[in-house]
Write a protein that binds this ligand. Sequence first.
Ligand SMILES: Nc1ncnc2c1ncn2[C@@H]1O[C@H](COP(=O)(O)OP(=O)(O)O)[C@@H](O)[C@H]1O
Ligand SMILES: [Mg+2]
Length: 245
Amino acid sequence: MAPGTTSQINAMLVVDDLQVRYGGVLAVAKVDLHVGAGEIVALVGGNGMGKSTTLRAIAGLNDCDRGSIRFDGAAVEHVPAHHRVTLGLSLVPEGRRLFPRLTVQRNLELGAYTRHDRGEIAESLDRALALFPVLKDRRTQLAGTMSGGEQQMLAIARGLMARPRFLMLDEPSWGVAPKLVTRILDAIQAVNAEGVSILLVEQNVRKALSIAARAYVIQTGRIVLEGAASDLLDDDDVKKAYLGL
Ligand SMILES: Nc1ncnc2c1ncn2[C@@H]1O[C@H](COP(=O)(O)OP(=O)(O)O)[C@@H](O)[C@H]1O
Ligand SMILES: [Mg+2]
């Protein structure tokens, strides 16, 4: 086993032979991947390759056609999405999906929709705002009036309000000014340092691989390559053939 990798058997998340269709369209043909406790793992690939569909299937927002998804050793592929959230599995969706006409504060509160303990929710709110202090100043502002980067921070903070142990992020650098992308990646690393395992989807491959320990490359719905992020970045053939670098 290479350094930095985790035994698949003991991994927090294990996806085995996943297949997902939209009607007749095969969006994910065969995805096998795992994420160990405490890891940051990247899933990279071009537009339309099946990245979002994979994350949505893990979150329970798309049905699987075939395959299994195990979280903490238990099969969850038939568990409803909101229950997966209570198990500790959270998705920050592509395009952020905020409520633009609600305040920052209200968007954050909605992230805690599966929780009931007000004291604990308030504690999560404090932690989320500590991670992104800019949101603290904007609590009463409507989400839709903020910049792309600030909205992405809000989307991540909202995802954290579910108190996940496993967080999936779908293209967090999308629509974000370059100078804020680094800020967002730093925040993802800070979340990870607090013990949250991360599955990160990005088209910004170099950035994703700079914070991930391992990565999977997906092409037309199939994992075609996996390895240590540093090995993928060091391999010129891999960079040309798969990563568009
Ligand atoms: N709601 C949908 N209905 C039908 N086809 C879809 C839908 N969403 C995505 N697809 C198709 O599934 C494939 C994978 O899409 P997606 O998972 O969004 O890719 P990525 O996130 O890698 O860009 C693409 O061919 C896309 O056109
Ligand atoms: Mg996508």
